[in-house]
Design a protein around this ligand. Structure first.
Ligand code: GDP
Length: 689
């Protein structure tokens, strides 16, 4: 099946929670005819948010992808969650989409989560449009919102529309490229009319600004302006498309999705300005048989097939579903693709075009498309699938480490096995969710990105896997690191099985930059110590870094070097080397000023002015550091860094301190050293856990 790739748009919609991403998506599906009714978030009936938990909580969790058509273009909307506990969902969506709409609200403008997602999108080089939603709300201010995009995100935001009215009187927009007014008198249909007299002057000025902004980046616009004193619609469209794709401007649109205003022109902008797969640079990857060789694939069905599995989910109807973004070539039902990570061949039995929670079988999928494959067993999130004759490994995505954990156990002992199986399936789907068995306490431990994340997991165990579980109190995932260099020695010398076993290993630990992770290497001379023993020493050292010297939390940001060892013929075994190396790391760590680290959250609280004192007082009691305060729409907005350990129960406390009139959001920011006094207490509590 040959498709014209220039008519495909793979887009995502990203936003701070509650900015209206789901509502915008619903309207997009409605106007493109992909859904026949309007879903309302507040009534729990949306098309995209289809997991029962999502409908009850009114949030978007899974990155479902859905297809719709607008003006001859096929638009694949990849849903990105607004809640930051699901940051991996954002990462994986950004990894595979070609362009995005960033939704902001007309009252708050840029909020911290939208800032986070914006930076992630920068990292992946995603071209964007901005949509200022909720123009109908009291306090809506389009220009102020555009300004926050410029100031806080440092983006070259250019208004492509101005609103007609604001708050209660908001009824439409002026299209500054075509210089027409678009009104939505009632319901879904809009009418185009000449710009109202009282807006004409403002619209002229705004268009001048637009032409200025585009002209200063684009030759064609500049010369048209210099020659004729004006710039045609067509030239502006062309130039805008170039500049958006080059990420030089962010065109800004506005509306009120909930009131069905502003969505159709936004869809026009997606078609006109966001890139098709052909506009994106060719994908790069490595040759699995030769690590140093780079391989490039152009977006074309004539190239060998390659695709990235960006999401694996278990589906109540078809079992496992693997979402693929196809970058090059084409694959048909029944064909075989190679998974270079496992070296296994996978037969693609069933290809599905996903439409939120409905699906349509298709016979093939070519470059540029997004397709789901049913029942692939050995393909994980981030794996590449490719033509066996032309292997390639595509770059995967960044997976953050969990910051919170808790013990979990089934309500009835008989469910133990079922629970373990279900947890491991959930971990396959979601790389930020981890499961481990703690030998010392005999408990199963689950870890994730926040309380909500783990709560949803427990809920899914109950509903989808029919295992009722109870969980312990949520605990902070502390880490350990070292403050300076340390050298340690491990000597293993013991009778085992009637035979003396011995080995000696010396290890050097050095601090690495925060966020660098832990690396283990060796400089043992291969001539004197057998290779198996060296490998065993490296393994032992690595295992030891997973248990820090203070309270057994895993060590991060450490460079560990296995420096030397003593091998005794007839006595030294792999096992002896492994244990000796582990002892050496423990020894080195105690000498290297071990330090406890804790996750620090970025918290934004919005409360009526009269509660500012209460909010700030409470934050300082939580070791919070306030780094921004401002008034927005009659509310005081406070931004602070607060240790996660001090944030449990915050929702309840804030509610009672402000009579329920404040709201807050929080997200993981970084790991930082725990102050000495607090550290003592944490170590006492967890030592030997
Ligand atoms: P998401 O969390 O970004 O997906 O946001 P939702 O789409 O769930 O919307 C959050 C809330 O804002 C819901 O109560 C919506 O009904 C409401 N909302 C969405 N768009 C608008 C709008 O244009 N105007 C107003 N007044 N409310 C809106």
């Amino acid at each position: 099946m040959q498709t014209d790739l220039s008519n495909i748009r793979n887009i995502g919609i990203m936003a701070h929670i509650d900015a209206g991403k789901t509502t915008v998506t619903e309207r997009v599906l409605f106007y493109t005819g992909a859904s026949h009714r309007i879903g309302e978030v507040d009534q729990g009936s949306t098309v995209m948010d289809w997991m029962p938990q999502e409908q009850e909580r009114g949030i978007t969790i899974t990155a479902a992808s859905t297809t719709c058509f607008w003006k001859g273009c096929r638009i694949n909307v990849i849903d990105t969650p607004g809640h930051v506990d699901f940051t991996i969902e954002v990462e994986r969506s950004l990894r595979v989409l070609d362009g995005a709409i960033a939704v902001f609200t007309a009252v708050e403008g840029v909020q911290p989560q939208s800032e986070t997602v914006w930076r992630q999108a920068d990292r992946y080089g995603v071209p964007r449009l901005a949509f200022i939603n909720k123009m109908d709300r009291t306090g809506a201010d389009f220009q102020a919102a555009v300004e926050t995009i410029r100031q806080r995100l440092g983006a070259n935001a250019v208004a492509y529309q101005i609103p007609v009215g604001a708050a209660e009187s908001f009824r439409g927009v002026v299209d500054l490229v075509r210089m027409v007014q678009i009104d939505w008198p009632d319901g879904h249909n809009f009418v185009e009319r000449p710009i109202a007299e009282d807006l004409a002057a403002e619209a002229e000025v705004a268009r001048e600004l637009l032409v200025d902004a585009v002209g200063s980046e684009d030759e064609e616009v500049l010369s048209a302006y210099v020659e004729t004193g004006t710039v045609s619609e067509e030239i502006l469209h062309r130039a805008t498309r170039r500049l958006v794709i080059a990420r030089k401007i962010i065109p800004v649109f506005c509306g009120a999705a909930f009131r069905n205003r502003g969505v159709q022109p936004l869809l026009d902008a997606v078609v006109n300005y966001l890139p098709s797969p052909l506009d994106m640079p060719a994908v790069q990857g490595g040759d699995p048989n030769n690590e140093s060789r780079k391989v490039v694939r152009n977006a074309s069905v004539d190239e060998p097939f390659c695709a990235l599995a960006f999401k694996v989910m278990s589906d109540p109807f078809v079992g496992s579903l693997t979402y693929l973004r196809v970058y090059s070539g084409e694959i048909a039902v029944g064909q075989v693709a190679l998974n270079p990570r496992t070296g296994k061949r996978e037969r693609l039995q069933k290809l599905l075009q996903m439409h939120a929670n409905k699906r349509e079988e298709v016979q093939s999928a070519g470059a540029g498309t997004i397709v789901a494959v049913a029942s692939l067993k050995n393909v994980g999130t981030g794996d590449t699938l490719c033509d066996q004759k032309a292997p390639i490994v595509l770059e995967s995505m960044t997976v953050p480490e969990p910051v919170i954990w808790m013990a979990i156990e089934p309500k009835t002992k008989a469910d133990e096995e079922k629970m373990v199986g279900a947890l491991s399936r959930l971990a396959d789907e979601d790389p930020t969710f981890r499961v481990r068995f703690d030998k010392d306490s005999g408990q199963t431990i689950i870890a994730g990105m926040g309380e909500l994340h783990l709560d949803i997991i427990r809920d899914r165990l109950d509903r989808e896997f029919r295992v009722s579980c109870q969980v312990g109190r949520p605990q902070v995932a502390y880490r350990e690191t070292i403050g300076r260099e340390g050298v340690g020695t491990g000597v293993f010398h013991r009778m085992a099985g009637g035979k003396m076993q011995s080995a000696e290993v010396r290890v050097r630990l050095a601090p690495a930059e925060r966020g660098a992770g832990t690396t283990v290497s060796e400089t043992l001379s291969g001539a004197l110590i057998p290779r198996e023993c060296i490998a065993a020493a490296v393994l032992g050292a690595r295992e030891a870094t997973e248990r820090g010297a203070l309270a057994g939390f895993s060590m991060v940001d450490v460079v560990c070097q296995v420096q030397s060892g003593v091998y005794t013929e007839g006595e030294s075994t792999d096992m002896a080397f492994r244990v000796a190396a582990s002892m050496a790391v423990q020894d080195a760590a105690t000498k290297a000023e071990p330090v406890l680290l804790e996750p620090i959250m970025r918290v934004e609280i919005s409360a009526p002015e009269e509660y500012t004192g209460a909010v700030l007082g409470d934050l300082s009691g939580r070791r919070g550091v306030v780094d921004r305060r401002e008034s927005r729409g009659g509310m005081q907005v406070v931004e602070a860094e607060v240790p996660l350990a001090a944030m449990f129960g915050y929702a309840t406390d804030l509610r009672s301190a402000t009579q329920g009139r404040a709201s807050f959001s929080m997200q993981f920011d970084k790991y930082a050293e725990v102050p000495a006094q607090v550290a003592q207490e944490v170590i006492r509590r967890y030592r030997g856990y």
